[in-house]
Design a protein around this ligand. Sequence first.
Ligand code: NAI
Length: 731
Amino acid sequence: METTSESSSPSSAGTAGSVKIELKGALAVIRLGSPEEKTSILTQQRIASLEQALDRIAAAPEVKGLVVIGPAITGFCGGADVAAIQTVTDPALGERLARQGQDVFAKLAALKCTTVAAISGACVGGGCELALCCDYRILLDSPETKIGLPEIKLGIVPGFGGTQRLPRLIGLPNALDIILGGKVVPAKKALRLGLADRLVGVSVERDKAATFAALESTAADVATGKLRIQRTPIALGHKLMTFTGLGRSLVQKRARAEVLKETKGHYPAPLRALDAAVQGLALGLGEGLKREARALGEMIVTPESKSLVHLYFLTESASKLGRPVAEHLEGISVGVVGGGVMGAGIASSCLAQGMPVIVVEPSAEARSKASTHIKNSLGKRRSLSDKDREECLERLRISDQLEELTGASVVVEAIVEDLETKRAVFERLGALTEPSAVLASNTSSLPITEIARAVSDPQRVVGMHFFNPVEKMPLVEVVRGGATSDMAALLTAALAGRLGKYPVIVEDVPGFLVNRILSPYIAEAAHLLAEGLPVERIDAAALDFGMPMGPVRLLDEVGLDVAAKVQQIMTESYGARMQAPDYLRRMVDAGRLGKKNGKGFYRHGDIPEQVADDVYTLLGLTVRDDQRPATEVLQERLVLPLVNEAVRCLDERVAGSPGKEAAGQIDLATVMGMGFAPFRGGILHYAESLGARTVAARLDSLAETYGPRFVPCDGIRARAAGNLSFYVAIE
Ligand code: NAI
């Protein structure tokens, strides 16, 4: 006899918090949600409902097999509710929540029948930990299927048994790779690792419903013993590294060193996860689970976790920014004008997402370079198969004729940074493309409003400011010129999102958002040099604060010629607070362009790279070797001007009306565009952690000692006076 019922806890309303259980004789099926949900989130209610379902199965001796499946083909389970993670401020509560989840999952692991997780879409975090409690895991072999433990990326550790069960299943080294890296892996890799036991192929003849049914039926066959499958055994070497004390201590030592190298000690969660995993193997599952729960409780309340969760929500909303117009991206073709470093990067990113691209580049040499760049860049994308790469290149055309872009739906211009040359190109583009085509410029310093004047309908013109290298940098500034239409801005945001980037919509001010905020930081580095501080001390102070590289090294990376030009524009636009000794110009005049020609502040090519010892003589500087000022003062001098400029941008509406949303955009832009320490949650999140009063007092003190460039802006003063947040608008 077949029965279907909803197993919901008394407090849950509707199906949002429940799982569905079907008993079909010897086979039971637990659906983790209802199909409309698309995936399931492990809310408190859903966990309670899962417990009821498991109790029922445990009490039904006729059940010989259980299939656990997601609500729909789109997702198995996305893990815990991230919003709930954000609200926990008591470590004891965090630990208790982890124990509750672990206890329910332990009931699944303890069932006497054969249990099989049937997985399609995302199976991450708590979802993966749930699947780890089953005897087998069957995965749909589609690009959307992903399994793993990304908790570390939220500053926490897996708390429902992941640090314990994953090493036992696939061996400690591979498990640590996933846990400490916060990784999710595709189906084929999961099979290779032994995290999946069998893949179900996707056939073109089957529709989604039939594919999902095939996944369920294979899982049912395994659960009921009709289909016997073998687990991938852990390789002998990895077994020794997992199940012997000596092996584990070697792995632990190596992993610890790698974590510290990677995080520079700024992120506590990976080390706690490592300890829980290793200790659990030594002390047994029960003790390991206890330690894992304790670690979760302690990590969930850390400022690092709160910052990372804050960023998580910002990335989620940035990804949704272009959604209202996303359907307009279907079937679009992209034109890229200029096949230099940026143009080639933009073209390869669009090709990788399946779009046809025409690159227009007048120079034959540059066309050939662009073609090589695009091939290399596609070659580095691990998500693409050789066949995918071939198809990408079939969709590419490189030409010297702008007329080829007549049919393009979006054109991104990335030619030389010269207003008149850009205007000439836009004038022609305006005339030859369809009136509905969006015309975007990747300019980093020219006003979009001025470029747009060359087009008869300037509403179509927008800034689409990528960062270098395009393939790696996750931010795109969508710049609204004076006439840019909402449609053009949103479509550009949607395109950025399709390319896997986070868009922020900003106003057309010099430097836009990121370069404007960054400028006083770069200028301060020059002031420090002028005082005789060695480059190493300046860069080390920034690294120690959590920046990915110091300001002087950043200049070398960007190119000293480009940086000198930006500095000049910023000083002309914003005056004294951006002004710095003209070392950049002097370096450029001496033929030092930074990394691109191997000669900058650093000697590139050496490993590790050393500061070029003739730099100080060239700039007429005498280096001081005392330790003054203290590192904390250096950090304040570098970082508080960033805060000052960010608050100015906030109140001048560069990222929209001041308030939570605009402040969030500024946080996201600083982390994704300049690498501002993610564990500090963005520049304004950091300022908030200090409080407006402290920020104002420190800036006042710096202004007194080092000069008026540090004077806090009105927005900081007003917030300090009222003890107000940076996330609310001030009158
Ligand atoms: P690039 O010098 O590598 O490439 C520019 C290319 O445009 C050259 O190949 C040149 O032959 C071509 N070109 C010149 N005039 C042209 C025309 N009328 N029609 C078609 N192609 C033409 O320069 P890069 O670095 O790629 O920069 C391009 C744009 O991107 C500039 O506006 C720059 O400000 C901006 N940008 C550059 C960044 C960087 O770090 N390089 C970062 C963000 C934006």
